[in-house]
Write a protein that binds this ligand. Structure first.
Ligand SMILES: Cc1cc2nc3c(=O)[nH]c(=O)nc-3n(C[C@H](O)[C@H](O)[C@H](O)COP(=O)(O)OP(=O)(O)OC[C@H]3O[C@@H](n4cnc5c(N)ncnc54)[C@H](O)[C@@H]3O)c2cc1C
Ligand SMILES: *[C@@H]1O[C@H](CO)[C@@H](O)[C@H](O)[C@H]1NC(C)=O
Ligand SMILES: *[C@@H]1O[C@H](CO)[C@@H](O)[C@H](O)[C@H]1NC(C)=O
Ligand SMILES: *[C@@H]1O[C@H](CO)[C@@H](O)[C@H](O)[C@H]1NC(C)=O
Length: 390
């Protein structure tokens, strides 16, 4: 009897989440149904990168070592029977939804592409390739290696930089500015010139204006200048290591260190355009399925129903896993995903001692954000995400 192939594209929060969910129940399901199953996890990166902690860990080894942010995916899956699971280190290049095949190029340990295009058949597919942006500090650029190199570069250059500019007033930029302000701001012995460009009218547009204003006050108290309504148009590296930036108002500035925290977009360039919505995400129905295809699911930032972020992943991924199991056991369509809340929900540390945020539409005191997130950046979640116990 032939094996039912479940292929998962992407091995980050969402892809690993679905893989763990399935692998925990597949042995029992094999016994019950008499079928054989196999889960294949395919990704460009051998290591999971703990993006949540990036604003702190990019500036200094944290909690202990630079590699605490980069954990081998393999570690998390040695616990399962080897015949049920395969890890494929490859760049995914194409998808044929009619033939039900994924196309990819294998990579070696040095991250070099080492094969011609190969094809893999799938019976069930899960698309979880996430989002990517211009800077490797804020998204995978292929493997985890460019991100690791970017951390090393920032750690080498920031101590001697006199001026640091952070671009992007969302959570990532605001959090990073808080960390930079804490280490290099006006309460330190040799304060640097630190600027945050929000690129908008205010910080944190996902939250009510008063919360963004509070974040700005925290930053200014640390000596971070916050400027609004200016966007970066162009940047070039100068011979002496500084960066020259051209802004949307035509002005130019020179900074010693530029940190680009802008523009994460769904990473689905390998997908047929018919599956993609205006934001580049994959259109899904209430069951997290692509409505026009059989047994094709979407998880994480790639899904059209995702606002981006981990709360969606935490509550949505188990629905996907459950619906796949329901389908494999001939138990109908499964369950419809319902968001836990549509109200404001975001915690934003501004340095290790304070923060802003809201939960279920309630403004949360700085002290609570500090306890939950600012103190440790939830680094205990990194290992748990890989092991499937988060
Ligand atoms: C600095 C920062 C801080 C954040 N903090 C928070 C936070 O505090 N709370 C919160 O809720 N969210 C936060 N987020 C958002 C969170 O990181 C994302 O929601 C999450 O990473 C999405 O997970 P994902 O599994 O969907 O995809 P991603 O994490 O984007 O992973 C995509 C996976 O797909 C692989 N991949 C992509 N394309 C290909 C391809 N063509 N071939 C092979 N493999 C491919 C990648 O290698 C990777 O394994 C933060 C993001 C950043 C950048
Ligand atoms: C995958 O990694 C390779 C480098 O090893 C890179 O050239 C390629 O752009 C990456 N693909 C994606 C989609 O990230
Ligand atoms: C590099 O050169 C630019 C332009 O001349 C100057 O503004 C900047 O301060 C220099 N940076 C360093 C680190 O010397
Ligand atoms: C910064 O991000 C913008 C897009 O938001 C991009 O156009 C630009 O090239 C990036 N600059 C650097 C230096 O990474």
């Amino acid at each position: 009897m032939s094996t039912h192939n479940i292929v998962i594209l992407g091995a980050s929060y969402a892809g690993m989440g679905v893989a763990h969910g399935l692998l925990k129940v597949l042995p029992a399901l094999q016994k019950k149904t008499g079928k054989t199953f196999k889960v294949t996890l395919m990704t460009n990166s051998t290591h999971f990168w703990f993006s949540v902690g990036a604003p702190r860990a990019m500036l200094k080894p944290y909690p202990n070592d630079i590699m605490d942010s980069f954990l081998p995916v393999k570690q998390g899956f040695d616990q399962y029977p080897s015949e049920l699971y395969e890890f494929v280190h490859a760049e995914i290049t194409d998808l044929d939804s009619e033939k039900r095949e994924v196309y990819y190029k294998l990579k070696n340990a040095k991250e070099e592409l080492v094969s011609d295009t190969e094809a893999m058949h799938f019976d069930t597919l899960v698309i979880a390739t996430g989002a990517a942006g211009p800077s490797p500090l804020y998204s995978y650029h292929g493997s985890h290696v460019p991100t690791l190199e970017a951390y090393k570069d920032i750690q080498a250059r920031s101590p001697s930089a006199k001026s640091i500019m952070i671009v992007g007033g969302g959570a990532s930029g605001t959090e990073t500015a808080g960390e930079v302000g804490y280490i290099y701001g006006k309460k330190t012995t040799a304060p640097k010139d630190i600027t945050l460009l929000s690129g908008n009218e205010r910080l944190l547009t996902g939250l009510r204006p008063a919360i963004g204003k509070r974040a700005q006050e925290f930053l200014e108290a640390m000596g971070v200048k916050v400027e609004h309504n200016l966007r970066i148009k162009d940047s070039k590296s100068l011979d002496n290591g500084s960066t020259q930036i051209t802004l949307s108002d035509g002005s130019t500035r020179t900074v010693d260190l530029l940190i680009n925290a802008t523009g994460r977009k769904a990473a689905g360039s390998f997908l047929p355009s018919a599956l993609i919505d205006q934001e580049g995400k994959v259109k899904v129905d209430g069951y997290n399925r692509v409505p026009t295809l059989k047994s094709v699911y979407v998880a994480g930032d790639m899904a059209s129903t995702s606002p981006g972020g981990l709360i969606y992943i935490k509550f949505n991924t188990p629905v996907t896993t459950g619906n796949i199991i329901a389908e494999l056991s001939d138990k109908g369509k499964g369950k419809v995903y319902k968001p836990i809340t549509t109200k404001e929900m975001q915690f934003v540390p501004v340095g290790p001692e304070q923060g802003v945020g809201a939960a279920f539409g309630w403004w949360v005191p700085s002290m609570v954000v500090k306890m939950v997130k600012s103190k440790t950046f939830m680094f205990d979640q990194a290992q748990k995400t890989v092991l499937g116990t988060a």
